[in-house]
Design a protein around this ligand. Structure first.
Ligand SMILES: [Zn+2]
Length: 249
């Protein structure tokens, strides 16, 4: 059982000097555990709730019968609810691998955004997300390249936060990344090589990886893999891929 705590953000939270702050409403979920093997959060995973009602989503994420949760839930009006302490392991990710590693729950902080997936994300929600991300990334030294979509590491099961989410807006502020475009062969093998070098799972059908990639980086694209898809994936692999990070870049 969790003892409900009346109040605001847990005392573990600190903020960059001079940064705007959000003061989450604390509505503890029973659905969390310890991060395994002493893992620290190195990823931020963005989700949508796929529900009209934020209140209903909050109830779902706090109900012990459901065994799901997230650290944060952001309402359309920008109000931020915290359900799990950042130190703890929330249950938002499920099965999947990113950059060759599973147990994303142990390695991440999960943020749910109140959105059905069919409409743009509201401006107040995006404003609060940006403030929240700045704090999380500073507290845990998480780089912009490690702010990812649920669909990135679970492309066979998940499509959130989907084509309506504005990744470029985050990238402009250093809170996510956006690839460059250039020349590349419109060839699926080149695409898959680059996408998996960036971090997408290797055990997934190429078309599924392409659909997931496009939902984040090329949302208007249809049809066979294009030179644009390949060049963007190659840019991501080159600048943020697994080998780059191993070299400390
Ligand atoms: Zn999700």
């Amino acid at each position: 059982m969790v003892t409900p705590v009346v109040g605001t953000l847990r005392s573990t939270a600190t903020w960059p000097t001079g940064a705007k702050k959000v003061t989450p409403e604390w509505r503890p979920s029973a659905n969390f555990g310890e991060r395994k093997n002493g893992a620290r959060p190195t990823l931020v995973v963005l989700h949508y709730t796929a529900m009209e009602s934020c209140e209903a989503a909050c109830r779902t994420l706090c109900n012990p019968d459901n065994e799901v949760s997230a650290h944060y839930l952001i309402r359309k009006d920008g109000h931020v609810i915290q359900m799990v302490d950042e130190e703890k392991r929330a249950w938002h990710a499920g099965a999947g691998t990113w950059r060759g590693q599973g147990d994303v729950n142990s390695r991440s902080i999960g943020i749910e955004m109140s959105n059905t997936g069919f409409v743009p994300f509201s401006a107040p929600l995006m404003d609060s997300l940006e403030v929240l991300l700045r704090g999380i990334m500073a507290r845990w030294e998480i780089p912009a390249s490690h702010v990812i979509a649920h669909s990135d590491f679970a492309p066979e099961r998940k499509i959130d936060p989907g084509v309506k989410f504005d990744w470029r807006r985050l990238a402009r502020q250093g809170l996510a990344i956006w690839p460059q475009e250039g020349d590349a062969p419109a060839d699926m093998r080149h695409f898959v090589k680059a996408a998996t070098d960036f971090g997408y799972p290797e055990d997934v059908a190429p078309q599924t990886v392409l659909a997931s990639f496009r939902s984040r980086f090329n949302p208007t694209a249809v049809g066979p893999v294009s030179a644009r898809d390949v060049s963007m994936a190659q840019s991501l692999a080159r600048d943020f891929g697994i080998d780059q990070t191993r070299n400390g870049a």
